[in-house]
Design a protein around this ligand. Structure first.
Ligand code: DX5
Ligand code: ZN
Length: 216
């Protein structure tokens, strides 16, 4: 089953509640919350207070994408604020195995994210410990960028390795996913699609989301 996790990064934050009501009504499976610290990526976004407010008002799963330096420092805080899934970057300077264990011991699902320049094989040694791998299809930091086709090869490599190991993991893809590129990543083996600007800019978001959720 294909799941949709819309990124709220490009939302109008003065009307966040309306946007979330619209997304939930349109059939999304979870909400993708992009957290940036101005160090790991050259941008600063939202953080704990926004996550906490969303968690108080909505029942939907919260999928937190940490684009922060040394993420192990904040895992406990994000789980307490309501994160159900936490993605952290392999390139962010934390001990990967220890951070996966920490996320799981706090009671959330653990996901390892990789930037476009990081090869798929870098995640192989962690596959058996993980609930999800996040393959970035843009450089992390900004919404609205163009999809990078190199993501497809990485997704299929990770899908094959997971199958070889008998590991039932989710593969999420994030960046430039729209009506067209969603087909490429589904074919490659991704089953959770993050889409931000394509959904938030659409005049018919419900239709777009049901198209994205169609199996290939
Ligand atoms: C980029 C973020 C993405 C981004 C997706 O650093 O991790 O989640 O907001 O937005 P679109 O779908 O506009 O590329
Ligand atoms: Zn993201």
């Amino acid at each position: 089953m294909i799941k949709i996790s819309p990124s709220i990064l490009t939302a109008d934050f003065t009307r966040l509640g309306d946007t979330l009501d619209m997304l939930i009504d349109a059939g999304v499976d979870m909400l993708h919350i992009d957290v940036m610290d101005g160090l790991f990526v050259p941008n600063i976004s939202i953080g704990l207070p926004v996550l906490e407010s969303i968690n108080k008002r909505y029942d939907i799963a919260l999928d937190v994408h940490l684009m922060i330096d040394r993420p192990h420092r904040y895992i406990e805080n994000f789980v307490k604020a309501g994160a159900d899934i936490i993605s952290f970057h392999l390139e962010a300077g934390s001990d990967v195995a220890k951070t996966i264990d920490l996320i799981k011991s706090c009671g959330a699902k653990a996901s390892l994210a990789i930037k476009p320049a990081t090869p798929a094989k870098a995640v192989f040694e962690y596959i058996d410990m993980l609930d999800m791998v996040l393959v970035m299809s843009v450089e992390p930091g900004f919404g609205g960028q163009s999809y990078m086709p190199m993501a497809e090869g990485k997704i299929s490599e990770i899908r094959s390795e997971a199958e070889r190991r008998g590991a039932d993991i989710d593969i999420q893809v994030d960046g430039g996913i729209d009506k067209t590129t969603c087909e490429y990543v589904k074919t490659a083996g991704a089953n959770i699609l993050v889409a931000g600007s394509a959904i938030l800019k659409s005049d018919t978001p419900k239709l777009l989301i049901s198209h994205m959720k169609e199996n290939i």
